[in-house]
Design a protein. Structure first.
Length: 497
């Protein structure tokens, strides 16, 4: 069998630490075989509670108590409730030690700025040195706020990679050169063909969550810096020529009948036949989408992958500012990043109950020889028990030290590493916007974007009529104040680089 390759462990999910009081506990005086006092770490994670979670955690705790004198109390909070729950936990001083945080849930920047999370840099030089050395330095750069690290990043895909996702059946049937299709405009002849030849198929299937291709780092939606703009000129995305053109194209596709009529309000209905839709890509994403849909898909990138603060902060673990045993919290995260057994136990559950190991094909082993993050085993999930322990792996930590599933390529994580290495840093990468001076103006944006965004992005309304209405409301809310403030801050940031 192939010699195990040392994995560049993924920086664990930023454990969302709050400005709460005590965190670490454990029965007083309880020790392991080495005489170390055992402390209990309470860890909040986003995701549904699993039937066998306690059984798995007991197995984890058997291992970690003897290894480092730590046991876990994991609290799962459902996807729709996590933000609100963590606000309460952090603001009211509930007991917690670590938590999941990111750019889109349990806001990393906001919580770090208000002092909820522990400053980690001194611990990363000692208890966390191994994981710090393993994880891509750009993840650590993104984890810094004002030069200080407040979370441990989960190493996975680092950039934003929007893709067109095509149903392979129609690509094959009409010999469509999907690999040459990138821009929204490139789709047109093929949408027309499907509309004419396949009346039961939606050419461009969209839902209310769709955002038209956006060539900008929207630092504070809808304000940001266009990709490739090294002058770092702050703009309203709806005033850029690219977005204006995009919205007109979307309207054309909608009026031609290429887009489902309920796009602005629809939730994804997998029973609807579609030719193409849009997805957030990563290496081998086609396998995930295809499994979800029940048929094969192929995909192509809409634009070059861009690394922004938001994309690189896609998942982290933060530690409570007032954690009683911060060294132990960091030591645990470091162990999870460097210990294959522990990481895969958390990831897949218990061997022999939730999964079993299978040996990869010899041809696959030979093809992957010499690549990073390749292991000599794959995981076959138990069909009967896998539903009892199925966690979102990237919420718990990095991915590169996990085994791949039986139906996944052996070199999956090597492909992720190559993907990350090839990703480009947006000109605005590393800039954090302090919205405090314009918080009132920014607070008004959300309702306006909700009112107009979905309809405009999906082509459901005429941009010639509705875009001016959107702009007028944004202006009345003070978007120019936000642009001016962001420009001032980014000019200062640029001067200090």
């Amino acid at each position: 069998m192939m010699k195990l390759k040392k994995i560049a462990a993924l920086g664990l999910a930023l454990v969302m630490a709050a400005t709460s009081l005590t965190a670490c506990g454990g029965k007083k005086g309880e020790t392991n075989e080495n005489g170390e006092e055992i402390v209990e770490l309470t860890w909040y994670q986003v995701g549904d509670t699993q039937k066998d979670a306690q059984k798995v955690i007991e197995k984890v705790n058997e291992y970690t108590t003897e290894k480092i004198g730590v046991k876990l109390n994991i609290i799962n909070v459902g996807w729709g409730d996590y933000n609100q729950k963590m606000q309460v936990v952090i603001n009211t001083g509930d007991k917690w030690d670590m938590c999941f945080t990111c750019s889109w849930a349990n806001d990393y920047l906001q919580n770090a700025n208000k002092g909820a999370f522990l400053e980690l840099d001194e611990y990363l030089e000692k208890e966390g040195k191994e994981m710090h050395d393993l994880v891509d330095s750009r993840f650590w750069e993104a984890a810094k706020i004002g030069g200080v690290t407040y979370g441990v990043p989960h190493e996975k895909e680092i950039g934003s990679c929007p893709m067109w996702v095509f149903t392979k059946e129609y690509v094959d049937k009409y010999n469509i050169p999907y690999q040459d299709i990138h821009t929204l405009e490139d789709l047109e002849p093929w949408l027309k063909l499907i509309h004419e030849k396949e009346p039961d198929v939606v050419p461009l299937y969209l839902t209310k969550d769709y955002t038209a291709p956006t060539y900008m780092d929207k630092i504070q939606d809808p304000v940001g810096i266009e990709y490739g703009d090294d002058t770092l000129t702050v703009k309203n995305v709806f005033e850029t020529e690219r977005m204006k053109s995009t919205l007109k194209t979307m309207r054309k596709y909608y009026t031609e009948g290429y887009v489902n009529k309920d796009a602005a309000t629809a939730s994804d209905d997998k029973s609807i036949k579609r030719f193409v839709t849009k997805g957030d890509g990563q290496p081998y994403a086609e396998l995930i989408w295809g499994k979800d849909l029940g048929y094969e898909v192929v995909a192509t990138e809409i634009m070059d992958t861009q690394i922004t603060n938001a994309s690189a902060r896609g998942a982290l673990t933060a530690i409570n500012k007032n954690c009683e045993h911060p060294e132990k919290a960091v030591e645990f995260l470091n162990l999870m990043y460097t210990d294959e057994y522990l990481r895969n136990l958390l990831n897949y559950g218990i061997e022999g109950e939730h999964y079993e190991f299978v040996e990869p094909a010899k041809e696959e082993i030979q093809a992957a020889e010499g690549k990073e993050y390749v292991y000599d085993k794959k995981v076959r999930l138990n069909e009967e028990t896998k539903k009892d322990y199925s966690v979102p792996y990237w919420v718990q930590g990095g991915m590169f030290n996990t085994y791949v599933l039986e139906n996944e390529p052996l070199d999956k994580w090597a492909a992720f590493k190559e993907f990350n290495d090839a990703s480009k840093e947006a000109p605005s990468f590393g800039f954090d916007f302090d919205l405090e001076p314009v918080s009132t103006q920014v607070a008004g944006f959300r309702n306006i974007l909700d009112e107009f965004g979905k309809s405009l992005y999906t082509g459901s309304v005429d941009p010639d009529e509705y875009l001016p209405q959107l702009q007028k409301k944004l202006e009345a809310t003070g978007i120019q104040d936000v642009i001016d403030e962001m420009q001032s801050q980014i000019d200062e940031w640029k001067a200090q680089k």
